[in-house]
Write a protein that binds this ligand. Structure first.
Ligand code: VG1
Ligand code: CO
Length: 543
């Protein structure tokens, strides 16, 4: 088969964000756009001839076409073997599992995660290294640099491969193995959790609902929850992946997973509810008429890890992203283990896990995971919760209330302002930075500013420094407001405002977070001049 070297012009906008390159499908469909970025990845990683690559995606619109292109380019660039998920499907955690289990050189994951899909939606692509984790900034920066200079890419001329059948095919001297998308991942889950105990729970009157949001986790949830754990079929909803996610927004939060939320807050609600996102790495946990914040979820997993066979020997440490609440820090302190604070994005956890410094990681954005892979993992979190509930036999609400009674409650909320004009959003951040000098010591109602900064992080393993990772306003009583611009959106700018206050008083633990944080919310609007600068004072999404 002939290898073609196709000349191309660089695009200037192929800068990977928090998690890979995300753009509208129509942007990716521009001539040579995908090819340029893929060639830039290959040029950056310089894999040895004959290396193995893992490849799969969340099944969104354009997944299949992109996979065929990438296979032909991999062959032309000297790869010896590609492991591709059946039908082009691999959830993000399953891809991480495959990379690690088969020790591939790396992997390409096609996903825009929680962003909507379909012809008018988003598409995305990211590269994961041989440890199974998202490429660190050093690599993504180099990919971006290459994408700005690219003048040609290599591709084999070959017919498309039938990816729906398991088996091995040849493509211009390269082997393409179409593997079961679910099997390796399901096996890994069975090796971590107490499946017999969960099976017993699910067959003793306990009722659950898992919402796959028409996205990639449907087949994974069916195999694990229904086939292996005997959950009744109606424990699953929206479990058939669709290219446009049923026109929905596959983001498991109280706004976008409202179908599930209505069930869990309705009459005769199940005991447990959970949802996952487009590519299967996020999770939302609900109890009967009860919502667990992701920050609290991480703390609960850490405090109860000894109930799970895979973590019975203890956990080495915990890491959380900076905007995530300090609930997990309190657990770490009691367990006598370190707790690391990293910038937003899973790529910052990789080094800590590789070095054996942390076992559990979490982000406030509905992400929890552990060193079983190097990505956050939605179904893993659901199984972790089921394992805890199977042993404790308490309701989700009781478990949380008792946890708060013991550790205190970090009252928490995030307010997102989506689709802001980019200039106005940048203006808010500049304005906040400019006020750093005047704020310390200033009182706002019952709060006094102690200090403020722009979070910067030095990786304790490789010394790399990441600056401007979010503005923190810290108050004297330990509460804080954080402002950050999203690095995953594809339209305008998204400003995230993270609010956190510590409440040791058990008598106040039942208070709604929006009520408890009302004064801080007002202060955040005042400090940022948000309304004056954007005309908005109501968030698009509250979590
Ligand atoms: C968001 C979240 C971040 C998460 C990232 C990728 O990033 O805040 O915590 O790691 O999405 O998650 P940002 O820059 O928009 O705040 V996923 O599920 O999109 O791979
Ligand atoms: Co995701």
């Amino acid at each position: 088969m002939t290898t073609h070297t196709i000349s191309t012009q660089p695009y200037s906008d192929q800068k990977p964000g928090t998690s890979g390159l995300r753009k509208r499908v129509s942007v990716f469909q521009q001539s040579h756009y995908l090819e340029n970025f893929v060639q830039s990845i290959f040029d950056t990683i310089a894999a040895p001839k004959g290396a193995t690559l893992a490849l799969g995606g969340d099944g969104r619109y354009y997944n299949r076409q992109a996979i065929q292109i990438i296979l032909k380019m991999a062959a032309a660039n000297g790869f010896g073997r590609v492991l591709v998920g059946q039908g082009g499907i691999l959830s993000t955690p399953a891809a991480s599992c495959v990379i690690r289990k088969y020790q591939t050189f790396g992997g390409i994951i096609l996903s825009a995660s929680h962003n909507p899909g379909g012809p008018d939606g988003d598409f995305g692509i990211k590269y994961n290294t041989g440890n199974g984790g998202p490429a660190p900034e050093k690599i993504t920066d180099a990919i971006f640099a290459n994408s700005k200079q690219i003048s040609s890419y290599k591709i084999k001329e070959a017919p498309d491969l039938p990816l729906d059948v398991l088996g091995t095919f040849e493509l211009g001297g390269m082997q393409v193995e179409v593997i079961d998308s679910v099997a390796d991942y399901a096996e890994l889950m069975a090796s971590i959790f107490d499946f017999p105990a969960i099976r017993l729970l699910l067959n003793s009157g306990f009722r659950m609902k898992f919402d796959a949001m028409h996205a990639v986790t449907g087949p994974y949830a069916r195999e694990i929850l229904v086939n292996r754990l005997n959950a009744p079929e109606d424990s699953l909803m929206n479990a058939v992946p669709l290219e446009d996610f049923g026109q929905g927004h596959p983001d498991p939060n109280l706004t976008y997973a409202h179908e599930l939320v209505e069930i869990l807050y309705g009459d005769n609600a199940p005991d447990f509810g959970a949802a996952s996102d487009g590519d299967g790495d996020r999770n939302m946990i609900l109890g009967e008429h009860f919502f667990v914040t992701p920050s609290d979820s991480l703390a609960i997993l850490a405090a109860n890890a000894s109930l799970v066979p895979g973590y019975a020997k203890g956990i080495a440490g915990i890491a959380r992203s900076m905007p995530t609440s300090a609930a997990a820090d309190r657990v770490a302190e009691e367990l006598g283990i370190p707790c690391y604070e990293t910038p937003t994005g899973w790529k910052f956890f990789g080094n800590l896990m590789d070095a054996g410094k942390v076992t559990l990681c979490g982000e406030e954005s509905f992400g929890t995971g552990s060193d079983h892979v190097r990505e956050k993992d939605g179904l893993w979190a659901v199984l972790f919760w089921l394992n805890i509930l199977a042993i404790k036999r308490q309701s989700v609400e009781t478990l949380l209330k008792r946890h708060w009674a013991r550790f205190g409650r970090n009252v928490y909320s995030r307010h997102d302002y989506e689709g802001l004009p980019t200039e106005a959003a940048n203006g808010i951040m500049q304005h906040l930075r400019a006020s750093f000098a005047n704020l310390p010591g200033k009182a706002f109602g019952s709060y006094t500013v102690k200090s403020c900064d722009d979070f910067s992080y030095t990786d304790p393993i490789d010394g790399s420094v990441s600056t401007a990772q979010g503005i923190r306003i810290l108050f004297a009583d330990g509460s804080r407001i954080v402002f950050r611009l999203s690095g995953t959106g594809t339209e305008g700018a998204t400003l995230r405002i993270y609010l956190e206050a510590f409440e040791p008083d058990i008598a106040k633990h039942d208070l709604d977070a929006q009520v408890a944080l009302a004064e801080m919310i007002r202060i955040a609007l005042q400090l940022s001049e948000l309304k004056e600068r954007t005309g908005r004072d109501q968030p698009t999404v509250i979590t």
